[in-house]
Design a protein around this ligand. Structure first.
Ligand code: PLP
Length: 366
């Protein structure tokens, strides 16, 4: 038994014929950039997500940067977000000279706690950037209500949540702009880097398209300072195959999560994920809160069970983000960064793997 954190090989082998054919069609066409696959995938994506527009770009980090640029975020502007996420989320805020303002998380969902947002709003606040962490949707009604009250934009970081739902609607369709990553290990992943933005607003759509392509509508006429960020045709051909199976993949993740939670029941040192009654969590990660975390982490590795800590250092304590928030000011995040542990999770996980992993954890605590 060779357990993988994410098993991309089993998935590729199960779709090999169709994916190889799609790639070879792009090779024959030699339209590597902005070929016909591009708009076809964008259409499939917007249909799937229930959103008016989808625009491909080079990766999820670029999607976030382009979103901020499309909303005219300027140096000195403040963006409210979570300190408990991948660094990409706030890196782009700081790169544009704006300021990430961190709001502590809810200890059950790991997501930004809406009840703590209002006290962080100032005259400089321009947007709220919630992250649907681990594939678990944020409390979007509450967040959108606050945004309306203060006239703020909402940008969803949906990099980990393709296919997740909130009150029956797909995430990515709820805020002003959403940002998606197709990094290979994400729930919908390509075979390289890839990303996407979605919006319901036609003006934002036009602006996003322009910013992702050198600020030009007409070739060689640059209207706004921009970037070059595109999703290439080979990646889109792969994604066009895989998107047909995304619900099936996500459902298998949910089943695997349920199996883990059942197998880990009754271990007092282990808290399994709590499901949000308004949301469909699609388990990009299956993350526990545990006692003696670092010891368990080592013990599992010694037993050839891969596992990971997402994320060991909250963003306000990262060397590159010094000065945005004091140590001790975001206590739930700081505590949970010492308790979280993510187990292997992917659609092709076997029952015997789940049982072996769960038994190893049970024995560790007994
Ligand atoms: C993966 C990820 C990103 C960045 O996506 P890339 O495609 O790797 O640039 C942004 N935010 C979150 C929460 C992520 O997990």
């Amino acid at each position: 038994m060779k357990i993988q954190m994410v098993d991309l090989k089993r998935q590729y082998l199960s779709l090999k014929e169709e994916i190889d054919k799609a790639i070879s069609e792009v090779l024959s066409s030699t339209q590597f950039i902005l070929g016909p696959q591009v708009s076809e995938f964008e259409k499939n994506c917007s249909n799937y997500l229930g959103v008016n527009y989808a625009i491909g770009c080079a990766n999820g980090t670029d999607a976030l940067q382009i979103a901020l640029m499309a909303l005219d975020i300027k140096p000195g502007d403040e963006i409210i977000t979570t300190p408990f996420t991948f660094v990409a989320t706030t890196e782009v805020i700081a790169l544009l000279g704006a300021k990430p303002v961190y709001v502590d998380i809810d200890e059950n969902t790991f997501n930004i706690n809406p009840a703590l947002i209002r006290e962080k709003i100032t005259s400089k606040t321009k947007a709220i950037l919630p992250v649907h962490l681990y594939g678990n949707p944020c409390e979007m009604d509450e967040i959108i209500k606050i945004a309306k009250e203060y006239n703020l934009f909402v940008i969803e970081d949906s990099a980990q949540a393709f296919g997740a739902e909130y009150k029956g609607k797909k995430v990515c369709s709820l805020g002003d702009i959403a940002c998606i990553s197709f990094f290979p290990s994400k729930n919908l992943g390509c075979y390289g880097d890839g990303g996407m933005l979605t919006t319901n607003d036609e003006n934002l759509y036009q602006k996003i398209k322009m910013i992702a392509s050198h600020g030009s509508k007409v070739r060689y006429v640059q209207e706004i300072l921009s970037v070059n960020s595109r999703l290439d045709s080979i990646q889109e051909a792969i994604l066009n195959v895989k998107i047909k199976f995304i619900d099936q993949f996500n459902d298998r993740r949910i089943q695997n999560a349920n199996k883990y939670s059942k197998a880990l029941e009754g271990i007092s040192q282990v808290k399994t994920p709590i499901l949000n009654k308004d949301g469909k969590h699609i388990f990009h990660q299956y993350t526990l809160k545990v006692e003696r975390r670092d010891e368990l982490h080592k013990h599992l590795l010694e037993n050839k069970i891969p596992n990971a800590i997402y994320y060991p250092i909250p963003l306000h304590l990262q060397p590159a983000f010094k000065g945005y928030a004091e140590k001790g000011s975001l206590p739930i995040t700081e505590r949970l960064s010492n308790e979280v542990l993510s187990l292997p999770m992917h659609p092709d996980l076997l029952d015997e793997e789940i049982n072996f992993i769960s038994e190893t954890i049970r024995k560790f605590y007994s």
